[in-house]
Design a protein around this ligand. Structure first.
Ligand SMILES: *Cc1c(COP(=O)(O)O)cnc(C)c1O
Length: 457
């Protein structure tokens, strides 16, 4: 099909929206390593997981053989309020860069929470409701997950307790108010409301917190309150499963115009948007049906893939969560106050970790000043004000497009634009004032936290 026929935005009909999520693990020969009980050193069973997580989500977490899992009708109806999300051809950016590359982005910021996280929030809240629970507890970094979960809980009439990483709580008071407007209670983490929070505060007075700390607190709050379970916005297999809706829609949209991407790029915090975006493409790659270059982009301040170790580690700073085999900087690693709050996690999805380990994808790290430079360039030509997290993918998409300019290659680049940056204006202000700096951990910093990895195997 001739290229001029590709519209600025490729939308799908309601009837073309996915009816099932795609479980990438079904096509992986080397399955991701199982979650392990830190007490026994043995893989966690469903019985051990159900006091923490909702039953149906535990089943999804442990299912590594079913390729397609039906999306319940109620969740599909909710998706229809804000999906399908547009796949945009970045004609204006291509023009500005004078690149022969064809750039597409899947825009997930078209809902009030402003990110892809709502795709999993509604699924997790739905299963909690179905189980007859009173409410859920969670952590939030930059606030996008907490906001998404608040929206989903409000819709279903569930109580929602959010532990928000302190640096974001302070930098983003408006995020907090959106969550409260949707009925959630929001506590800055580490807090004095949990034992683990008190312990972390005693050991690191004045800490600005981390996702790892907030996870510990939220898990403790779930286990101690009857009728509550803990839900997590990234990292877990179930979250990547729900986020596959991003990739499935992207693939359907590209297929409509006979477009085959060469490079697929996404930012990686815990790996959920990237895992979701690449799912059907990686499936083809694993089955030997097609090949794609897949690039994970992470902040230089929290470089789990590029400078981490592939090993079992705690998912949380308080060391009360299960152990996951992943690329990690060590659960005691507390990243500098980088503005991409959603990318400040020390570990990475076990699925993506295994795929990276097996050479199916690449990873690069980028510094935040160059990320904001890309964000501004993008905003000025494409109109959308991108989230700092998303802008990591923009940075590398632009870099790849500029390489094409040098070589004359007409590559097709697809990247995930995970959300909008309206709540990140303190960061934009710093950048605009020329006050933003790049804080990169030293090898000694990383070695110190990696030395504390738990001994497993
Ligand atoms: C949370 C978040 C991310 C990173 O999380 P992943 O699980 O790695 O996808 C990226 N972008 C935005 C806008 C986010 O809110």
């Amino acid at each position: 099909m001739s290229e001029t026929k590709v519209p600025y935005k490729i939308y799908l009909e309601e009837s073309e929206m996915p009816k099932s999520w795609y479980n990438l693990r079904a096509d992986m020969k080397n399955k991701p390593a199982p979650l392990v009980n830190p007490g026994t050193g043995k893989p966690l069973t469903a019985e051990e997981l159900t006091p923490i997580f909702c039953e149906e989500l535990v089943a999804q977490e442990l299912d590594e053989t079913t390729p397609f899992i039906e999306i319940p009708e109620e969740i599909r109806s909710f998706y229809k309020m804000y999906r399908p999300s547009p796949l945009v051809r970045a004609y204006c950016l291509e023009e500005k860069l004078q690149t022969p590359a064809k750039i597409y982005y899947k825009f997930e910021g078209n809902n009030t929470s402003g990110s892809h996280k709502l795709n999993s929030a509604i699924a997790q809240a739905y299963y909690a409701k179905k189980q007859g629970l009173k409410g859920v507890t969670t952590e939030t970094g930059a606030g996008q997950w907490g906001t998404a979960l608040s929206m989903a809980c409000a819709y279903l009439g569930l109580d929602c307790k959010v532990f928000m990483v302190k640096v974001s709580y302070e930098q983003k008071p408006f995020r907090r108010e959106v969550m409260r407007t949707y009925g959630a209670s929001v506590v800055p983490s580490p807090s004095e409301t949990t034992d683990v929070g008190k312990k972390i505060l005693a050991e690191h007075p004045g800490t600005t917190g981390s996702l790892g700390c907030a996870i510990s607190e939220a898990v403790e709050a779930a286990v101690k309150n009857p009728g509550y379970r803990y839900v997590l916005g990234s990292v877990l297999n179930q979250v990547l499963l729900h986020q596959s809706v991003i990739g499935l829609e992207t693939k359907t949209a590209l297929d409509k115009y006979g477009i085959k991407p060469d490079v697929i790029i996404g930012c990686a915090g815990g790996g959920s948007n990237l895992g979701g975006l690449i799912a059907p493409f990686m499936g083809e790659k694993l089955r030997g049906e097609a090949d794609y270059r897949i690039i994970a982009v992470e902040p230089a301040s929290c470089p789990s893939f590029t400078r981490g170790t592939f090993a079992y580690d705690f998912c949380d700073t308080g060391m009360i969560c299960p152990l996951a085999k992943m690329y990690t900087l060590g659960s005691s690693f507390i990243p500098s106050a980088n503005h991409a709050g959603g990318l400040r996690f020390h570990g990475m999805s076990t699925i993506l970790s295994q795929l990276y380990h097996d050479g199916y994808m690449e990873a690069v790290s980028v510094e935040q000043t160059s990320v904001f430079e890309a964000a501004e360039q993008f905003a000025r030509v494409e109109g959308i004000l991108p989230a700092p997290e998303s802008s990591h993918a923009i940075r590398v998409a632009i870099d790849e497009a500029l390489k094409c300019k040098e070589t004359g290659e007409e590559k097709t680049i697809v990247f995930g634009l995970t959300g909008t940056g309206y709540f990140d204006l303190v960061a934009y202000e710093q950048y605009n004032n020329g006050e933003m700096t790049d804080v990169i951990p030293t090898d000694e910093d990383i070695a110190a936290s990696v030395a504390k990895l738990p001994k497993v195997e």
